[in-house]
Design a protein around this ligand. Structure first.
Ligand code: PSV
Ligand code: MN
Ligand code: MN
Length: 386
């Protein structure tokens, strides 16, 4: 039998980081549907993030994206966050939006462009020093569109060189999280297309380099939980970017498209001892047509539900069934946990934390949505597709 006290304690201790870009306007390449009341500044994004934490109790940190969240005074931004009961989390570098990066950033054939990209990455570490952030998340759009366009081998060398330089610049308590993505925006080769490439670079770099698994960055049908198990076993799982996909990098709400997959992933996290500070649980989503703050709250709740179900797996019964080679019984143990309605348990846990049982209803009743629509008039915030 699973010990319920331990499950409750784990759910209370769980932390899910929200991304600053999820609060701002975003869209597809066809259209950005602007929403009233979205943040105009990084400060206002933190105000919204503080609401998500206020009603969920488990989302106390916000990932920044530089330069979308560029400010004069990062220590001041960290203080602003702290005054609202939250902290600044992962720093996401951006070496994909300038014209210079047409043929790549750190893997560009032009040394001047490589230098510019590297400077940005190093500047991100300076920002981490000011914000107190632990993690630098690196996602590269680098790659090629046509066979022969550039030398695949040389591009890996350039990537390794840049990563080494950034790695050397990291402080003792800082880490580098390397993210992979199968395709897009490059369509023939991405320079970091899969976990194996990310793992190989991280292994060469050392302990402070870890792989981040974005659930939207795989080919259809990829067994993501297998990757999670493998990386955890190797001590190389640095964190997650949670989101849902139906077709490509859809960036929909985590747990919306395939809650069973999220459960399977969370089960491997539990099984592999990944419920520690060493694994960062982040959302990486955009809310193009739905209201943003409640969508983020919903996503946090979806991650919590998958986690609760994973924690409820009866490990002893599973081990016994596996030992006996009882395929059906072993599968039934997992399915029993997945099919448990954990919403009452999570409602209880929230109340024990002094929160309301239903965070979405609490947010709706708070008047925050009306307030930001009334107050945030004029100005515009950069972000995905904006
Ligand atoms: C681009 O695919 C992307 O969605 C990556 O997942 C990054 O983590 C995110 O953008 C923010 O840069
Ligand atoms: Mn991502
Ligand atoms: Mn992505």
């Amino acid at each position: 039998m699973t010990e319920l006290g331990a499950v409750r304690a784990a759910l209370k201790a769980q932390r899910i980081e929200t991304p600053s870009w999820a609060y701002g306007n975003s869209g597809t390449r066809f259209k950005v549907f602007a929403q009233a009341g979205v943040p105009r500044t990084p400060y206002e994004k933190l105000d919204d993030a503080a609401q998500v934490h206020r009603f969920t109790g488990v989302a106390p940190s916000v990932a920044l994206h530089i330069p979308w969240d560029k400010v004069e005074d990062y220590a001041g931004l960290a203080k602003y966050a702290e005054e609202r009961g939250i902290t600044l989390g992962t720093i996401n570098a951006n070496v994909f939006q300038d014209d210079d990066y047409k043929l790549g950033s750190v893997t560009n054939p032009d040394p001047a462009v490589r230098k510019k990209a590297l400077q940005h990455l190093l500047e991100c570490v300076d920002i981490m020093d000011a914000t107190g952030s632990r993690d630098l998340k690196l996602w590269f759009s680098d790659g090629t569109n046509y066979p022969g366009q550039d030398d695949i081998h040389a591009r890996q060398d350039r990537l390794a060189e840049a990563l080494h330089t950034v790695y050397e610049r990291l402080g003792d308590h800082q880490r580098m999280l390397l993210e992979y993505k199968l395709f897009e925006p490059s369509f023939y080769t991405m320079d970091v297309p899969d976990w194996g490439t990310a793992y190989a670079h991280c292994l060469e770099l050392g302990e402070k380099a870890q792989v981040v698994v974005d659930t939207g960055h795989h080919a259809p049908g990829t067994n993501i939980e297998f990757i999670v198990a493998l990386l955890l076993r190797a001590g190389k799982l640095g964190g997650f970017d949670f989101n849902s996909r139906f077709y490509a990098d859809d960036d929909l709400m985590a747990g919306a498209a395939d809650p069973f997959q999220l459960f399977r992933i969370m089960y491997e996290v539990v099984r592999g001892g990944g419920f520690t500070d060493d694994v960062a649980f982040m959302l990486d989503q955009c809310h193009n047509i739905e209201a943003k703050i409640p969508a983020i709250i919903r996503s946090v709740m979806n991650v919590q539900e998958a986690t609760a179900k994973a924690l409820l797996v009866d490990a002893e019964a599973l081990a016994a069934a596996q030992h006996d080679g009882d395929v059906l019984a072993a599968n039934a143990v997992l399915m029993d946990a997945y099919n448990t309605d954990v919403r009452p348990l999570l409602a209880d846990v929230r109340q024990e934390l002094g929160l309301t049982a239903d965070p979405i209803a609490a947010y709706k009743g708070s008047g925050w949505a009306e307030r930001i629509v009334a107050e945030r008039v004029g100005g515009e915030q950069a972000g995905w597709g904006a």
